[in-house]
Design a protein around this ligand. Structure first.
Ligand code: FE2
Ligand code: FE2
Length: 246
């Protein structure tokens, strides 16, 4: 199903409830009555086109309109990515950590396996946090500044320095696949749990990990396939201009 602006948002959620955290990122919360996507976007002052693309891209992993996404301003894309970062760190990670803490009482007698899972996840959380901090402190501010410089057609010494010292290609080369490691964690739970007392909690944990993995994938696709080429083109354009007068 391709989601379009004339659909009622409630119908879309009935069809795919996993979109709830995605719409939350735009400041839209449950209780939207019978309003269409277009009406809800208008009320929240959101670009309907961008909202519909994100819903579709999240709903269908094969849908990814590169060109249309590339026509969207970087500041809008970055704002969306930043909200996703907040979701990962403040919502998803604590939720999974909370569920793992419950394992010894509810599903696992074997302390060694519990500690293995717990430590693995702790390490993973730290890695993800470092990944996000680097993007928020170093990469995203640069992207925003670069877009401004590009639109104005002029650069300052700071931008000039960063284009030389840490261009977006350097970020791309170092950009780790943070979702890959979750596969190992899923495997410990799926393959190697020594006789769990009950599968209920493990299922909950798996569901949360699969959902985080899906969101991280979607997120990285925007970073790698939209942000990187868009920024690269802007860097090249500014370089051709001889860095403006900066
Ligand atoms: Fe990110
Ligand atoms: Fe990333």
């Amino acid at each position: 199903m391709l989601i379009n602006k004339n659909m009622k948002l409630a119908d879309v959620i009935h069809h795919d409830y996993t979109l709830v955290p995605v719409i939350n990122r735009f400041g839209i919360h449950l209780g939207f009555g019978n309003f269409t996507i277009q009406e809800v976007c208008k009320e929240h002052n959101i670009s309907t086109g961008f909202f519909v693309i994100i819903l579709n891209a999240f709903h269908d992993p094969h849908y990814f309109p590169k060109e249309r996404l590339q026509s969207i301003r970087l500041n809008i894309l970055i704002e969306y990515l930043q909200k996703a970062h907040t979701d990962f760190l403040e919502d998803k990670i604590p939720e999974i950590a909370f569920l793992i803490e419950k394992m010894p009482g509810e599903c696992l007698d074997d302390r060694k396996t519990y500690l293995l899972i717990r430590n693995f996840f702790l390490e993973y959380s730290t890695e993800l946090k470092n990944h996000i901090t680097k993007e928020e402190e170093r990469v995203y501010p640069y992207v925003l500044k670069l877009e401004e410089a590009f639109l104005k057609g002029e650069t300052d010494a700071d931008i000039k320095k960063q284009i030389q010292d840490y261009p977006i290609s350097a970020y791309e080369a170092e950009h780790e696949n943070v979702e890959e490691k979750l596969f190992d964690l899923k495997n410990i739970i799926i393959k190697y749990l020594p006789k769990p007392k009950s599968d209920k909690l493990c299922f909950q944990i798996l569901r949360e990990i699969f959902s985080l993995e899906k969101e991280l994938n979607e997120h990285a696709r925007i970073e790698d396939l939209i942000i990187v080429p868009k920024v690269e083109a802007m860097e090249n354009a500014l370089k051709l201009k001889g860095f403006g007068n900066g």
